[in-house]
Design a protein around this ligand. Structure first.
Ligand SMILES: CC(C)(COP(=O)(O)OP(=O)(O)OC[C@H]1O[C@@H](n2cnc3c(N)ncnc32)[C@H](O)[C@@H]1OP(=O)(O)O)[C@@H](O)C(=O)NCCC(=O)NCCS
Length: 195
């Protein structure tokens, strides 16, 4: 079986196997490079180093792996994908996906969905939030898919208007998606006594 302590899970597409693990500060240059290559807003190397150090529990990186003597080894240096997330301080039931990227070569294999599913299971949060540009169809479909394309599970509202971004940047739409079991209803108030 493909598994080592290095990978928390492996994920297979028809022609490759991917290993999922938490980011670490040495991943910083690869995170920066994949953000640049996939057209995301590129943050400083320092931001990616900080994220790998302080938000690793709610983030993950994906490597292409190959089987060697029943073990899993990394194939190549680049990352196949990453998700950088956090729990908003005022919403402990939510995993906020700050940046998600899959390298061009590996898109369309369900990798982004599998990455976020894995993080949701790890964080045990019933909600996922993210902000998405209106023109980013792939990203909007990804988040709607996490809510099984069920409008009852998906809220889409303006988060940040484009006027906030003087450098020329689209608006950001907040997606709040219910991905897990509904939280239990609050306990019913005590019924008045009949006697
Ligand atoms: C968005 C992104 C992460 C999706 O990665 P991926 O691994 O190809 O996504 P998945 O294979 O898990 O597909 C998820 C859903 O999106 C759909 N999808 C993927 N790419 C699509 C595209 N270009 N156009 C329309 N739908 C698309 C899939 O069909 C799937 O839909 P389903 O749930 O109904 O089956 C990837 O396109 C990417 O890295 N884009 C550049 C960075 C970016 O924009 N990140 C998001 C910023 S918020």
């Amino acid at each position: 079986m493909l598994s080592t302590d290095r990978y928390q899970r492996t994920y297979r597409s028809p022609d490759r196997t991917f290993g999922f693990r938490m980011p670490e500060p040495p991943d910083t240059p690869c995170l920066w490079e994949l953000a640049r290559a996939t057209g995301l807003d590129v943050n400083s190397h320092y931001a990616y180093a900080m994220w790998s150090e302080y938000f690793a529990d709610t983030s993950l990186v994906v490597e292409v792996v190959e089987a060697v003597d029943g073990d899993a080894r990394r194939e190549g240096d680049a990352l196949a994908g990453f998700v950088l997330g956090f729990r908003p301080p005022r919403a402990a039931d939510t995993l906020f996906v700050w940046q998600v990227a899959v390298a061009d070569l590996w898109r369309g294999h369900g990798l982004a969905t599998a990455m976020i599913d894995h993080l949701v299971a790890r964080a045990a949060t019933p909600y996922v939030e993210a902000t998405v540009n209106p023109s980013n169809t792939a990203s909007a479909t990804l988040f709607r898919g996490l809510g099984r394309h069920d409008p009852e599970r998906i809220e889409e509202r303006l988060a940040f208007a484009e006027e906030l971004f003087p450098e020329g940047h689209e608006a950001e739409i907040r997606f709040r998606v219910h991905v897990g079991a509904r939280p239990p209803d609050p306990p019913a108030p005590p019924r008045p006594r009949q006697d």
